[in-house]
Design a protein around this ligand. Structure first.
Ligand code: SF4
Ligand code: SF4
Ligand code: SF4
Length: 496
């Protein structure tokens, strides 16, 4: 497998930007975890928040930090207020008044359950720019994950109030797990009726409380299903709602197809956060090991810490990791997201290569000959999971479409290709196939002799004419990368 020439050029540019940021970090987004208290105690909470926790970040340290940041970098920095449940902070509106007074724009991440009509109007009067509300499925799934039988109804009411009474850019965030992966379409259809601007789908991660809930993590095929769903639904027919993947992971062939930018974890490079205890950290999703605290706003100057610390994030962590060093994705992935990096063992905890390896291990005893001799073998193995039957279909399709190719490929490579589906052929046989992008949908087309037609993929739909998203759905990336991303989109269109 490998990247093509243009992709290598783009990743070289991204690498250069990354190196520039290692030397000259550029603060872009500052998160304040106002409290670790929450009126819910969700199964998958990345910060292990609950009603029992009560730490509030005192407003005077918030004011001090905001003033310092304004003096050092101006008011272009985006302020993201989160928790726990940020609306539980007793000085919430005093804090946003200060943010407004200093000229910053701001947004919140909330579970939505406390947003009644009055609260929505108040948020609007205090110039809230954007809001992300969590909805992890339809009623039953959401309430199960949230461990509260009223959570769904209250969150939906909160979203409706936001849409009705505020002008803020609205986003529903859904954490996709084994519990709700099969309801993606139902979730999408329901969220569409709420008239929000964005639906952000992110996979559940082995962090916080979800570290103990490994049975909910998505496997390779489910991750593929999620990304494919986002790719297809990126923009809906009426240009009403945009669907996007979070900043979470390097996603190989889905890069730029499921979000606007290439994967680039900017924790400690342009994203910083203050925890409810006042600790200065890179991103609130990263493990809360004391060793990763860079300082504390109760004692230190945030700006000094930002400019002189964060060294662990300002170097290529994949360079010291055995797994990463032998990984084909390293040039583009660079150790993946900091929030799934195990800083104690210095290795990734959950990444594309690991998912692929797990998947391979599951079926390593099957040879391609066995499959061809006994096509039911794969189905038997995965008979409890209808999704896996898809792979059997892909195997047959690959064989049908590429009889010549498959003849000359080694058994091992063919086996691998069959498992991962035809789009992997794009990577492996790029040179042979002259950069054809073989989308999954193209495989459905057949001519009169029932042979598949290699039809060009439809051009990407025009982006919806909706307000540009403030930076709530992931850290920003530099203009340089955005420029390059546009170039890459053009390259992709040329393939189509
Ligand atoms: S996931 Fe959000 S709503 Fe749930 S406990 Fe954590 S902070 Fe609260
Ligand atoms: S990818 Fe990086 S910036 Fe994004 S949530 Fe993870 S650690 Fe934070
Ligand atoms: S091993 Fe995982 S984290 Fe490391 S470069 Fe490969 S995909 Fe990225």
């Amino acid at each position: 497998m490998g990247l093509n020439k243009e992709q290598i050029e783009i990743y070289d540019e991204i690498e250069q930007t990354r190196k520039d940021l290692y030397k000259n970090p550029k603060l872009d987004t500052l998160f304040f975890e106002l409290t670790d208290e929450c009126n819910l105690a969700c199964l998958h909470c990345g910060s292990s928040c609950s009603p029992e926790k009560r730490t509030m970040l005192p407003k005077e340290y918030i004011f001090k930090t905001l003033k310092e940041v304004k003096d050092a970098y101006g008011s272009e920095i985006f302020i993201a207020l989160t928790g726990g449940e940020p609306l539980l902070h007793p000085d919430f509106f005093e804090i946003v008044d200060k943010i407004n007074e200093l000229g910053f724009s701001w947004g919140i991440t909330t579970n939505g359950t406390l947003i009644d009509e009055e609260m929505a109007k108040k948020l609007e009067n205090h110039h809230m720019g954007s809001i992300s509300i969590s909805l992890d499925g339809l009623k039953e799934e959401h309430n199960k994950l949230r461990r509260n039988s009223f959570a769904f109804d209250k969150a939906v009411k909160g979203i409706q109030n936001v849409v009705q009474y505020t002008k803020a850019i609205s986003m529903v965030t859904t954490v996709v797990s084994k519990l709700n992966i099969h309801s993606l379409q139902a979730i999408y259809d329901f969220v569409l009726t709420l008239n929000v601007n964005h639906l952000r789908l992110i996979n559940i991660e082995p962090i916080g409380r979800a570290k103990d809930e490994k049975e909910y993590l998505l496997d390779y095929q489910e991750m593929d299903e999620l990304l494919e769903f986002i790719r297809i639904h990126r923009v809906n027919k009426d240009n009403k709602m945009q669907v996007t993947y979070g900043c979470s992971h390097y996603v190989d062939m889905y890069e730029t197809l499921v979000r606007d930018n290439y994967f680039f974890c900017t924790a400690g490079l342009s994203v910083a956060s203050i925890t409810a205890e006042g600790n200065i950290v890179a991103c609130l999703n990263i493990d809360r090991y004391p060793i990763l605290n860079q300082g504390n706003v109760k004692e230190d100057s945030f700006v000094k810490v930002w400019e002189n610390e964060f060294k662990v994030y300002r170097k290529d962590r994949s360079a010291q990791c055995g797994e990463c060093k032998k990984c084909n994705y390293r040039l583009a992935c660079k150790g993946d997201s900091a929030h799934t990096w195990d800083f104690m063992l210095n290795e990734p905890r959950y990444c594309l290569r690991m998912l692929e390896k797990d998947y391979c291990n599951k079926i390593q005893d099957l040879t391609i000959e066995k499959l061809i001799d006994n096509p039911n073998a794969l189905e038997d193995i995965f008979s409890d999971d209808s999704n896996n039957v898809k792979n059997y279909g892909l195997l047959m399709k690959s064989k049908m479409i590429y009889p010549d190719l498959t003849k000359k490929r080694s058994t091992k490579t063919f086996y691998y290709t069959c498992l991962y589906g035809p789009y992997r052929l794009y990577q492996e046989d790029l040179n042979e196939k002259e950069n054809e992008f073989i989308g999954k949908e193209t495989l459905k087309e057949k001519d009169n002799d029932n042979k598949p037609i290699m039809k060009k993929e439809k051009k990407a739909k025009k982006k919806p004419n909706i307000k540009p998203m403030l930076r709530l759905y992931g850290p920003p990336i530099s203009r340089r990368i955005i420029k390059k991303t546009k170039k890459h989109r053009r390259i992709k269109q040329n393939f189509d």
